[in-house]
Design a protein around this ligand. Structure first.
Ligand code: FES
Length: 129
């Protein structure tokens, strides 16, 4: 049995589907209201038992897996630095919030990213596999 973290939000609406240029179908699920994530803030959500950290970088929402690739630290609890990076609260590795790329020791692998759509004040993310 799986238990969601107490501060994680579960999607509550039917997914929408979108075809990309390479003909793959992405499924998006609503995860938050835009007002839940003010500029400079972050929010933890959970989809398909995957923890996803949402970040608002100057009005633009980004979604990355809430897992530091060094040792599983919760990136949603990290500090935003240099306007677009998150510093892991455990050992200080930095990730690019826009791309998921690992930028500093002790993490070397990127964390997953998810496409985001904002429609009518609602935040939708690509459903993690
Ligand atoms: S768990 Fe993130 S830097 Fe170690």
């Amino acid at each position: 049995m799986f238990f969601a973290p107490p501060n994680a939000t579960q999607p509550d609406e039917e997914p929408i589907r979108q075809q990309s240029k390479d003909s793959t179908i992405s499924e998006f699920v609503k995860v938050a209201a835009l007002t839940d994530i003010p500029a400079g803030a972050s929010k933890l959500v959970e989809v398909n038992q995957v923890r996803v950290a949402l970040f608002n970088l100057d009005g633009e929402i980004h979604a990355i897996e809430d897992v530091c690739t060094h040792d599983g630290g919760p990136l949603v609890e990290g500090t935003i630095v240099n306007e677009c990076q998150v510093q892991c609260p455990r050992h200080g590795a930095r990730f690019d919030i826009r791309t998921g790329a690992a930028l500093s020791f002790p993490a070397f692998e990127a964390t997953n990213t998810y496409a985001v759509q904002v429609k009518d004040g609602e935040v939708w993310i690509e459903r993690p596999e």
